[in-house]
Design a protein around this ligand. Structure first.
Ligand code: GLY
Length: 333
């Protein structure tokens, strides 16, 4: 078992990574917790045993379930059961479950501890780490939420064995970005070490900038194009596939701006292609629509803000040249 510590002072917590990590649940529960509300979804067949009195609360599956109504349902069910602030929520599932149950935990009784047991690769390397919780509004994704750090995260590699191939692939897209955020030789590592290395990278960024005042934005590497493709809604892409295309796009854009050389772009293509992820924009892409959507990305503080590689590493960069953004999209057809 590999343990990675997320250092946030008195809110620090361990992330355990390895086969069977979920069986360590009892030892990471907060001292004094009498009851555990286990939140999961149909189809997530990853049993956990908190070792204290517990009840399972099923929330609906899928991104459509990530809304305020589900948060209200969870809180009301917990209240009916008598869950108190001294107890604990255990979220078992992918990003939809950990984001939604994590947000419900953040506001129930003004905050009840939560342990995340992410069961997808994407959840293990990203969603469950770092304390971002929240749900969608009809007006946009993740528009309501809270920073609520878990008291522990258990990344059980065994849970990944039964993931549908498309789900696993989506996680690889999110994983690939860490190869450019400082994780060396990522594709060569065994799965548990690769997950732990990504978690350690994210933990270091979160410890330095928990509330995304600046540096945490690097975790959105590859995401500006990915969010635009997802918002356009016409392209049949999983999140990680969209991020994979976004990584190659960001590399090409950085080269066009003279920030990196061709060898660094080739490295992006080697990593993304090595995971068998897409590197071209979807057929039928409308570049003008995508460039318009860039400006609406919620990370766009002013103008179009990309996260780009460069001599100082990956960092937010403002790009105003619409023609360049468009031409770089064309080059990825
Ligand atoms: N998923 C990006 C972050 O946690 O900041």
């Amino acid at each position: 078992m590999i343990t990675v510590q997320v250092d946030l002072g008195e809110r620090s917590y361990p992330v355990l990574v390895g086969a069977g990590a979920r069986h360590r649940l009892l030892e990471v529960l907060p001292v004094g917790a009498r009851r555990a509300a286990v939140v999961t979804s149909p189809g997530i067949d990853v049993p956990v045993d908190p070792g204290i009195e517990h009840r399972t609360f099923a929330m609906p599956a899928g991104e459509e379930a990530k809304h305020l109504g589900t948060v209200e349902d969870l809180c009301r069910d917990w209240a009916a059961w008598g869950l108190t602030r001294g107890d604990v929520v255990v979220a078992v599932g992918g990003g939809v479950v950990t984001d939604t149950a994590g947000f419900a935990a953040a506001i129930y009784h003004r905050g009840v501890p939560v342990v995340h047991v992410p069961t997808t690769l994407l959840g293990q390397v990203d969603a469950a780490i770092g304390g971002k919780t929240g749900v969608n509004l009809p007006e946009g994704k993740n528009l309501v939420g809270a920073f609520w750090q878990p008291c522990a995260v258990l990344c059980d590699i065994e849970a990944l064995e039964t993931l549908p191939p498309w789900e696993y692939r989506s996680g690889l897209g999110e994983m690939a970005k860490y190869a450019f955020l400082g994780v060396d030789h990522l594709p060569d590592l065994p799965l548990d070490e690769a997950v732990a290395a990504c978690v350690a990278c994210k933990a270091e960024v979160v410890a330095a900038d928990e509330r995304e005042g600046g540096r945490r934005a690097v975790l959105n590497y590859g995401h500006t194009l990915a969010h635009a493709l997802e918002t356009a809604g016409r392209y049949d892409l999983r999140h990680g596939e969209a991020v994979a295309i976004g990584l190659v796009y960001a590399a090409e854009l950085a080269r066009a701006l003279g920030r990196i050389d061709g060898e660094r772009v080739a490295e992006h293509r080697r990593v993304v292609g090595g995971y068998d992820l897409p590197m071209t924009v979807p057929p039928g892409l409308d570049p003008d629509e995508v460039v318009d959507l860039f400006a609406r990305d919620k990370k766009a503080v002013e103008g179009v803000t990309f996260v780009l590689d460069g001599p100082r590493g990956v960092e937010p960069v403002r790009v105003e040249d619409r023609r360049l953004l468009r031409a770089t999209l064309e080059a990825l057809r």
